[in-house]
Design a protein around this ligand. Sequence first.
Ligand SMILES: Nc1ncnc2c1ncn2[C@@H]1O[C@H](COP(=O)(O)OP(=O)(O)OP(=O)(O)O)[C@@H](O)[C@H]1O
Ligand SMILES: [Mg+2]
Length: 282
Amino acid sequence: MSRHVLQAVGLVRRYGGLTAVDHVDLVAPPGMITGLIGPNGAGKSTLFSLLTGVEQPDEGKVVLGSTDITRMRPDIRSRRGLVQTFQVPSLFPTLTVADNLLVGAENRRRDYAGGLLGLSAQGRGRVSHSIERGLERLGLAPKGPVTQIVEEVLDSLGLSDVRDTIAGTLPTGALRLVEFARALCARPDILLLDEPASGLDSEETAKLSQLLRRTAAGGVGIVIVDHDVDLVFSVVDQVYAMVGGRVVASGDPQTVRNDPTVRSVYLAQAPLAAAGQSGEAR
Ligand SMILES: Nc1ncnc2c1ncn2[C@@H]1O[C@H](COP(=O)(O)OP(=O)(O)OP(=O)(O)O)[C@@H](O)[C@H]1O
Ligand SMILES: [Mg+2]
């Protein structure tokens, strides 16, 4: 099954007289990492919320594959392959790591089963376990048992040792990894990552970079917003730079880093001035 591209088309979001997102077009293809940068108040988080469905645009649309998802709720988007992780990991703290991952895997699976039955997006969320199991027995469930996906992800992320650990007892770095693992269990087409490096030390951030590259190499599209501009520039395939709600530059990291507008905006700011000196991307 080919994965879907995520597109923002002419997105506008206004708060009173302020236009937080101003006619933004963005394309996040599968297998690529797309970064979103900009100074404080540029509109990054607002655009992110429009993509996830937490906020609704005043104009424009969000399209996943050939489906207009602009009016779909975040949970429905997630079942259709647009999966987000949160700045504060949103795991079930009293469940084990493995059970947290099972929740991620089950959500996506229900959408498959509902799709086979021709149900609407809303109806798909209500597909029962018995219907799922029935489809499995008939050989119509395309992705193998959910437990198998969970074991694969635990193994590939080196989390097998903590599979039975209660999530709430893990330190921040491990929690972020479990949050990421849970998102992967949902078999995303596109992963939206909000500040994935916040709270991580430099070693953990380096591991995260590798993990993002590996995930994208497996065909998943990734959109990343992070204040760690070194991380963004070092890991992405393409960057969108926002200022005042608008995209002022986009393209490969080197092009965006050398863009005169981007330079003039960021050279005054310590973090990006450092990124500007940090050599070639990847
Ligand atoms: N709920 C809201 N109500 C009113 N104004 C808002 C709201 N959310 C964001 N804004 C305004 O929209 C603009 C864009 O904000 P946004 O949070 O998207 O920027 P950002 O690029 O994420 O900034 P930061 O780097 O500080 O996180 C800002 O001027 C902000 O004050
Ligand atoms: Mg923000």
